[in-house]
Design a protein around this ligand. Structure first.
Ligand code: NAP
Ligand code: MG
Length: 490
């Protein structure tokens, strides 16, 4: 892995010395089977696929490719575990298992962080400080609810749904698994989960944790594969609930597939979030927030602040400061603790991002990228901003899912608000102003599930998360996240 890439040449000539996280404490098997009934088993077809490190293009492990028959086996294990074991346990006992998962994750946090960065390309700082601690926090939070469901829904009788089928994306692999598994188990359901094809490794490690925590066999089953494996889960007749996080396109396919089946569902889909900076905002703080909002995790964030609206009188200042700040961002080795922007998750995602960079230029926008070097191997994209764009441009309307920001200006609050809401998506947004009254006016009117004020990308297990419009159906996290896994009887 190139360490050159993670050095930063400042104008005055000094550089950060490389500070790579060690990998000595990490063990990755050559091959992983499917996790069914607390054992790793061979896929029926005998087929495996590779998962690679997107920073080096080296193979990390080979992963079982689950067919429809394998998914059926996992669902049968989950059904049996539900009927024979999990639904018979006292709620407080279920909670103890979930606490155990949380504690083991915490103990093994360093190992999980390194594997997350190796398999997915995200900077170790993000895996270490955000993904893994938040995943553990989700298990802790929902473990606490397991025996208190009656208090969460007073006067109603909360009953588990049965078997939950869950399909997740590659941008927060372990965290998305925790978002899905923790509330499902707390509510008394059993689970069949499919991680994304490019980032299965922390899910396989989580399978080890679940086995080591001695959960009754079949309570959590993890089947790996690509879109077909996901579709086999969605279409399985003995699944009671589908929880999906991914693209709006696949979300639509899933909604059609389960229409009329009686399956309960939550869909957490794409986004095209806007940040809006008013002239009275603390500009340096806002610039830092914008940088965090779009360049964090390579822009592989559903709620990434990929559109920016700046009040006209401060636009030149904001753009100049943004450009300066972009020059200091370190792109390179995800395992280096200095790295700000790691590798793009896959060759396919890089292709998508690059095609949008081309579209943006063809639409007449002005593109500016930081001048840093990027390594020769692996998948990389420099932080990029577009100015001179208009509302109808594709780079303003469509989700790019990379470190690419489209900047526009506005004059009045009403104009800014109209522009922010002119999108088919509605997952998140950010308001930057010194005036509390403006914060309240804007946050009430921005049509998005989460709106941050003078900050961005802050997550907490107690807070519900989800979209308006094409960003999804239902909420995850907090009390709302329990509702999604229960029948509430009168
Ligand atoms: P994706 O292509 O929709 O894939 C998501 C998952 O669905 C993957 O596991 C995928 O398998 C699987 N899948 C693909 N086709 C399927 C089908 N026909 N039926 C069932 N499952 C299928 O999305 P992605 O590119 O991995 O992730 C990026 C997207 O996720 C972005 O749009 C982002 O905004 C969204 N996202 C939303 C949230 C949120 O909370 N709203 C959070 C994170 C990400 P493969 O592994 O083979 O692709
Ligand atoms: Mg990988």
């Amino acid at each position: 892995m190139s360490t050159e890439s993670s050095k930063l040449a400042f104008d005055d000539g000094w550089q950060y010395a490389p500070a790579p996280e060690s990998t000595d404490h990490v063990s990755i098997d050559d091959q992983y089977g499917l996790f069914i009934g607390n054992e790793f088993v061979e896929p029926e077809s005998g087929r495996y696929f590779d998962t690679i490190n997107p920073a080096t293009e080296e193979q990390l492990a080979s992963i079982a490719d689950a067919s429809e028959a394998d998914v059926d086996r996992a669902v049968r294990a989950a059904r049996k575990a539900y009927s024979d074991a999990w639904s018979k346990l006292k709620a407080a006992e279920r909670g103890k298992y979930i606490f155990r998962i949380a504690r083991i994750l915490q103990e093994r946090a360093r190992e999980f962080s390194v594997i997350e960065s190796l398999d997915g390309g995200k900077p170790i700082r993000d895996s270490r400080d955000i993904d893994i601690p938040l995943a553990a926090a989700h298990f802790f939070y929902y473990a606490g609810w397991a025996d208190k469901l009656a208090y969460a829904f007073p006067g109603r009788n909360p009953v588990a749904l049965g078997v939950a089928g869950q399909v997740i994306p590659w941008n927060f692999p372990l965290l998305m698994a925790a978002w899905k598994i923790a509330p499902a188990l707390a509510c008394g359901n059993t689970v069949v989960l499919k991680p994304a094809e490019t980032t299965p490794l922390t899910a396989m490690k989580l399978a080890e944790v679940i086995r080591d925590a001695d959960l009754p066999p079949g309570v959590v089953n993890i089947v790996t594969g690509a879109g077909d494996t996901g579709a086999a889960i969605v279409n399985h007749p003995d699944i009671d609930k589908i929880a999906f996080t991914g693209s709006t396109e696949v979300g639509r396919i899933i909604q059609r597939a389960i229409a009329g089946s009686g399956k309960k569902y939550t869909l957490e889909l794409g986004g095209k979030a806007a940040n809006i900076i008013f002239a009275d905002a603390a500009i340096d703080q806002a610039v830092e927030g914008i940088v965090n909002g779009i360049f964090f995790n390579q822009g592989h964030v559903c709620c990434a602040g990929s559109r920016l609206f700046v009040q006209e009188s401060v636009a030149d200042e904001v753009i100049a400061k943004l450009k300066d700040r972009m020059e200091t961002l370190i792109v390179g080795d995800p395992l280096d603790k200095n790295t700000d922007i790691g590798a793009i998750n896959s060759a396919r995602q890089l292709e998508t991002i690059e095609s949008y960079l081309k579209v943006g230029r063809e639409e007449g926008a002005e593109m500016h990228q930081s001048s840093c070097d990027v390594p020769d191997t692996g998948y990389w994209c420099r932080p990029t901003i577009f100015t001179g764009v208009s509302q109808s441009n594709r780079i303003v309307q469509e989700e790019i899912f990379g470190p690419v920001l489209a900047i526009q200006t506005f004059r009045t609050l009403e104009e800014g608000l109209d522009k922010v809401n002119n999108t088919p998506y509605g997952l998140s947004g950010g308001v930057w102003t010194d005036k509390g009254a403006k914060i309240f006016r804007m946050t009430r009117k921005i049509r998005a599930g989460v709106v941050w004020a003078n900050t961005f990308n802050k997550f907490d297990p107690t807070s519900p998360f989800g979209g308006y419009k094409e960003s999804g159906v239902g909420r995850e996290g907090g009390l709302h996240g329990l509702d999604a896994y229960l029948k509430l009887e009168a």
